[in-house]
Each structure stands twice: as C-alpha cells, then as structure tokens.
Design a protein around this ligand. Structure first.
Ligand code: 13P
Ligand code: SF4
Length: 305
C-alpha cells in the first residue's frame, strides 16, 4: 500500500485538514495541507471549514484547536506526544502566584495544558508575544511557563513588572553559547538564528531571534550564504525548500524534540482511517480556556482590547 496516496485519498473522502508544526518530521510536513508556527496553526484551525482536523504536533496544539473549534473533530496522530515544558506548569503554583500578585495578569505561552489556560487571562505564542504584550494594559505580568521567552518579552517592556514561572523547553534550554560559537568559528559568514526559548546568553549571539516562521522568513530575505540554526531541526526542511541554494548548519549536539518526532505516516494513516485519538475536553474547562485563546487572537491581530 502506498501510504501517502492512501492518506491523500482518505483526506479527500473525509474532507479533513492536516496541520503540521514546523518541528514535525519532513515526510509529515510534506503531506500536510498547512505547515506553520503555533500562532498560524491555531488561526487556521479556527478558519477552516473542514469538520475533521488531523493535528501533527504535540498535545497542547491539538487541544488548542479543539478549545477554539469545539464542533470540529480534532485528532492527534501521536497520542502520547506531550510537551515537557507545558507539563512543568502547575495550577497550584500559578494560583499561589496569583494570590501573591493579585493585580497581575496571567499571560501563558500557548505551550500549556488546558487547566493552565483556564486560569490565564491571555495566551501568547513566540511570534505574537511582543505584539500581545504591547496591547495589555496591566503593569504586572505573571508569565507562564517559559522563563526564557518570558525574559525575552520582559526585556522589551522595561516598564512592566514580570513574575516569571520557572519552566523551560529541554530542547532549547540545553544549548550553550559555546556550542553556537564553535559553529560560528567554522562558518564565519553564516548568520545565527535563535528561537526565544533559548537562554539569554544564546540569544545574545544571534543575528535574528524569532519564532519558527520568523526564522524561516529571515533566511528567505537575508542575502547571507548560510545560517546556523539554533532551534529544533525540523524547521530546516522548509528553510531548504524556500532557499535551496543556501546552506543550513545545525549545532554539534543536535536539537531534536523527541515528542515532535513521534508522528509518522502510519500514525497519520491509522488516525485518519479510524478517526482515532480524538481530543475530548471537559466543557466547563474548555469554556474557561477559550477565553485566554480567543484573547490571544483578539490582541494578536491588532484589534486592541
Ligand atoms: P513556534 O512555532 O510558535 O515558534 O513554537 C515553538 C515551539 O516550541 C512549539 O512547541
Ligand atoms: Fe515543547 Fe520544546 Fe518540544 Fe516545543 S520543542 S514541543 S516547547 S519540548
């Protein structure tokens, strides 16, 4: 059986939409209808007229699509794909911060589980965080859970007080400046691209800091001959497609998110065929979480609230 042909056939028959995050394996990106960063995918999940969404990514992404579009059937091919950073954010700890800072707004990264979104005022993604923060009136912010993205955002808003939850992405956190400089010494003319989930010291040696799609856009518009890519290696697939004549170098210690790599063509096929691994949510929790995610679109799309 030709898996790719079967996936295409089933997709058409069931009027399904396949969404894939930029960290997904190359063959998954290639069969997806849309590939993009977290913000882009969350918007497309809402805008689509399809009844069935197959979300190739990790659980919080598929969950976010279901929170925003409760009438659609949302499937997660790799049922066990979680985000370790999202799992670091605990409701009890956030509630305690809220008691300590009663005037603060809780701003949570979209990389959170539904229980955390339910007690958040607004969600952000790495590509929308600065814009959204600029539209939040409160001067006190509890930022959950990524301390690195939180610090990056805080640097842009020196007039606001930030209380940073101490979570992190293991794939980005372990990068050391020395790892980047080692490659920079070998490839002197290459530009350094860094995701804001990396630590500040690593960001400080970057030519461009941005979300996955912002880094890709940079590689297209820059006239550099090559790039040192300091984020999950899945993004290189689209970078190469968009600029086949340019060079893309990873770090010596590869940056791979094992959860993102749990999706494969067999799982996508099975999931489409059997409509299995459906995301099911508690409705009262969903309604609370919906507020934070819809505020993200409201504040991220230039409609100030
Ligand atoms: P973005 O695609 O929004 O940059 O997200 C990165 C990420 O870590 C997703 O898990
Ligand atoms: Fe979570 Fe990091 Fe993997 Fe993204 S790359 S899903 S933040 S562990």
């Amino acid at each position: 059986m030709d898996l790719i042909e079967e996936i295409k056939r089933l997709k058409k028959k069931k009027n399904a939409l396949i969404l894939a995050h930029l960290y997904q394996p190359a063959e998954i990106q290639d069969i997806a209808d849309l590939v993009g960063d977290s913000y882009f995918l969350s918007k497309k999940a809402v805008q689509s007229s399809c009844d069935l969404i197959v979300f190739c990514g990790v659980r919080f992404m598929a969950e976010s699509a279901k929170i925003l579009s409760p009438n659609k059937k949302v499937l997660l091919p790799a049922e066990e794909a979680a985000c370790p950073m999202a799992d670091m954010a605990l409701v009890s700890k956030i509630e305690s911060l809220k008691r300590q800072y009663p005037k603060a707004k809780v701003v949570s990264y979209i990389n959170t589980n539904i229980d955390v979104k339910a007690i958040s005022d607004v969600c952000v993604t790495s590509s929308s965080a600065l814009k959204i923060m600029g539209n939040i009136k409160s001067n006190e912010i509890i930022f959950v859970p990524d301390r690195n993205l939180g610090r990056y955002v805080a640097e842009h808003f020196p007039d606001k007080k930030f209380i940073l939850y101490q979570g992190f992405c293991p794939t980005h956190e372990r990068v050391k400046v020395a790892d980047v400089l080692e490659q920079k010494n070998k490839y002197k003319n290459f530009k350094v691209l860094v995701h804001p989930e990396c630590r500040k010291e690593v960001r400080d040696v970057a030519d461009c800091v941005g979300s996955t799609s912002e880094l890709i856009d940079y590689t297209v518009s820059s006239d550099a001959e090559g790039f040192i890519v300091v984020t999950e290696e899945g993004v290189i697939h689209q970078m190469k497609r968009k600029s086949p004549h340019k060079k893309f170098i990873t770090l010596q210690n590869s940056m791979i998110c094992s959860n993102m790599k749990m999706t494969d063509l067999h799982k996508v096929y099975d999931c489409l065929l059997n409509e299995s691994n459906e995301i099911k949510l508690d409705e009262s929790m969903r309604i609370k979480a919906y507020k934070a995610l819809s505020n993200m679109h409201l504040l991220g799309d230039d409609n100030k609230k």
